[in-house]
Design a protein. Structure first.
Length: 395
């Protein structure tokens, strides 16, 4: 009795559903878990065919399973177990795992069915499948996006290559044009300069002041054109990477004195270029031609942007660590808003007015200085002049 009571208690409190049927398929017992799964009270199930708990077409096929097993002893479910579909009272279907065993009791066959609800597992599985499908769609979309991006990058690469090729051709064309134009212009400009000098000589000089005045304008215009041509040639060589410094040892003081003498000739009326050197040594190891061009540009700007009756200070200094070159003027100065653009090609400060210039000089100075491992600094304020400082390390 105790064992029977224990067995009943186990069946009544089992988590999974337990149903027993006879060999005709009629339900003999059903535990509370099975009643809860199918939504029926016990009295609505017991005595009825188990097929009532199955949806079509399993309902119609169930009795045939039992008859075939009894005739052939070949199990399809009994002793094996498989996933099947149940039918609740409200018409809903749900998946469960069914394990059926055969029991001989009191001279007859009883079939025990153990029912484990798979609804949560199936829901999770369906959700996982949904995630997998969504992931596959996302991967496909991302793959297509990546393919489109690669195609776009390839097209952009081809366009850039074509643009670079065209730019290279234009660069070569520009280089040839600048070189040709510069050389072609130099010949007539030299002829104009010579002719102007001859006119001034044969016209009598002081006896023909108007002629001398206009001849001077011609010479100044020719000088400006030569400066422009030189700037364009220098820029073209820099852009083409044709400028490489050649470091040699030379006398900085001697070079500076020569530059001072040359530039004093083109200075304005009563403008004085005052040169001074500091240091016990005057020898330096730099590219003499590039340095000369830098100093010429800076002194020329000092002359151009300063008025008559002014001083231009030109100082050089050599110590144990640095070579420092300073050019100071008392000219119009550089507006603060323009100073950040000062070394850009073709840039000119907005207060230069009608003063001629290409806007290339300081760009060339900065690039030549950089090629010689130096740096350019400056200080300036409007109407109070400008100081340019070029410094090179002593190595």
């Amino acid at each position: 009795m105790e064992n029977a009571a224990l067995l009943k208690a186990i069946i009544e409190n089992a988590i999974d559903g337990i149903i027993t049927i006879d060999d005709h398929g009629k339900v003999e017992t059903i535990n509370p878990s099975a009643c809860k799964l199918f939504g029926y009270p016990p009295e609505a199930v017991i005595g009825n065919n188990i097929a009532m708990l199955m949806p079509s077409p399993y309902r119609e096929q169930h009795d045939g399973y039992i008859n075939r097993y009894q005739q052939t002893n070949e199990p399809h479910i009994i002793g094996i177990g498989r996933e099947v579909t149940g039918l609740r009272k409200n018409g809903e279907t749900f998946p469960f795992r069914l394990a059926v065993s055969e029991v001989q009791f009191s001279g007859r066959k009883i079939y025990n069915g153990f029912i484990h609800d798979l609804s949560r597992e199936k829901a999770a599985e369906d959700k996982l499948k949904g995630y997998a499908v969504h992931l596959e769609e996302e991967v496909e979309k991302r793959t297509q996006s990546l393919k489109d991006l690669v195609d776009a990058l390839q097209q952009a690469k081809e366009e850039v290559s074509l643009s670079l090729e065209k730019e290279k051709e234009l660069g070569q064309l520009k280089s040839r044009f600048v070189s040709m134009a510069s050389h072609e212009f130099r010949t007539p400009l030299s002829a104009i300069q010579l002719s102007a000098s001859l006119v001034d000589k044969y016209a009598g000089g002081a006896e023909s002041p108007n002629i001398s005045k206009h001849v001077g304008k011609i010479k100044n215009a020719v000088g400006n054109l030569n400066t422009i041509l030189n700037d364009f040639l220098s820029l073209e060589k820099l852009e083409a990477g044709k400028v490489e410094p050649t470091f040699t040892r030379f006398d900085l003081v001697k070079l500076s004195e020569e530059i001072t003498e040359e530039m004093q000739v083109v200075a304005k009326q009563n403008q004085s270029i005052i040169y001074q050197h500091t240091g016990t040594s005057s020898m330096i190891n730099l590219d003499q031609n590039l340095l000369k061009n830098c100093i010429f540009n800076l002194v020329s700007n000092a002359i151009k942007y300063s008025g008559e009756n002014t001083f231009i200070e030109f100082n050089t200094e050599i110590d144990n660590k640095n070579c420092i070159i300073t050019i100071k003027d008392n000219g119009i100065g550089i507006p603060e808003t323009d100073q950040k653009h000062l070394f850009e090609a073709f840039f000119r400060a907005h207060n230069t007015g009608n003063i001629p210039g290409t806007g290339l000089g300081l760009n060339i100075v900065a690039r030549y200085t950089n090629l010689m491992n130096g740096k350019v600094d400056f200080e300036s304020s409007v109407n109070h002049g400008t100081i340019f400082i070029i410094s090179f390390p002593i190595t």
